[in-house]
Design a binder for this molecule. Sequence first.
Ligand SMILES: NC(=O)c1ccc[n+]([C@@H]2O[C@H](COP(=O)([O-])OP(=O)(O)OC[C@H]3O[C@@H](n4cnc5c(N)ncnc54)[C@H](O)[C@@H]3O)[C@@H](O)[C@H]2O)c1
Length: 428
Amino acid sequence: MSTQHQIPSYLTPHEVGPWAVYLEQIDRVTPYLGSLSRWVETLKRPKRILVVDVPIERDDGSIAHFEGYRVQHNTSRGPGKGGVRFHQDVTLSEVMALSAWMTIKNSAVNVPYGGAKGGIRVDPKTLSRGELMRMTRRYTSEIGIIIGPDKDIPAPDVNTNEQTMAWMMDTYSMNEGRTATGVVTGKPISLGGSLGRREATGRGVYVVGCEAAAKRGLQIEGAKIAVQGFGNVGGIAARLFAEAGAKVVAVQDHLSSVYHPNGLDVNQLLAHVAETGSVAGFPGSEAVLVGDDFWGVDCDILIPAALEQQITEKNAHKIRASIILEGANGPTTPKADDILRDRGVLVVPDVIANAGGVTVSYFEWVQDFSSYFWSEDEINQRLTRIMKEAFSSVWHITEEKNVSLRTAAFIVGCSRVLQAREVRGLYP
Ligand SMILES: NC(=O)c1ccc[n+]([C@@H]2O[C@H](COP(=O)([O-])OP(=O)(O)OC[C@H]3O[C@@H](n4cnc5c(N)ncnc54)[C@H](O)[C@@H]3O)[C@@H](O)[C@H]2O)c1
């Protein structure tokens, strides 16, 4: 394709980034797709991309412009679904990759969605609350032409939360002239949010972590855990592992890495982060890890729960954990995957490990449509069942075909999407 053209297309991964990682993952699964591989190109092209300018008036009267994106990678199995990220490093190709991983994830855990993702290239910490609200509202209005409860349903991701979703829901509703609670998930409970949604991704990481540990004969009680990223996903996962008796020995965030060989007090660390915005300066840590030391820390389970491409060929050799649970999307590069597999490290891939969030988002969406809300116990039980079933079916394929858990999850995810594509047929 690209060889016929002088200038690279947006589809061409001309530098190694998340989109290139995703394309390589698709190439690795293609030999296992049988006759469906005829349709595989559809997975290498997002269905629809919207790039928007997001101008706001700043508090000092100046005008600022931000780059905004919404990518609908695939809608063969249902409406688009995926988070919205506010981060200074957001790019189109990153959002393309994140939307594609949502396609595979939603299919792998069998929720009736396609894959989508959105983002704004901004460091939200540099905005006042009023500026953040105006930016969120303008972005929502701009992407309003392609989102909707039965078209594409955003949710929180890095640096976005329940408040962001409330502003998005309100903006969409104002433009539509009706209250449309189902346009976003991860909303506050008072607006039709679901019990258990805030904790769902971390809880899912914990549930599949217990399943993976059982396969490896590792007891959770007393197991040593290291977590990169201590936000919604990493913070909750760490808390659940600590409650089950594990020792969270190291935590890294965007500013610092704290360490205690006997285990950090996770509740105190969460309170410290809520107060100061970072794990830096936590009085309960014995040492601060510098440079790459975090990756070589003595632990049984490592949970990357921050950003993409954190585990690479540069640090994969150092990792001492026997299990990696990908709370983040795309944290491990294909080269690192190979190194870890050779070393016998079990990597539970993002498309299974962090699927708890979208699973409870699905529950929230269903509850909004029926205006009938479930108890937290019901939600957690259903979530646990779906996560265990997804892990077990992927584990079965791993053994049957002697492939990594990632390739197995991609076999399940891609096959369902391409079956849907094939049976729908191409329009016109
Ligand atoms: N929120 C969800 O429901 C959800 C669902 C599935 C996957 N994810 C994925 O999980 C990851 C984290 O999302 P979140 O919602 O917890 O975000 P968050 O904004 O709540 O937390 C992000 C955390 O990562 C840390 N971080 C940022 N840059 C870092 C860096 N360079 N090095 C180390 N730490 C860094 C931040 O300090 C923070 O602790 C992302 O990859 C996201 O796509 C989130």
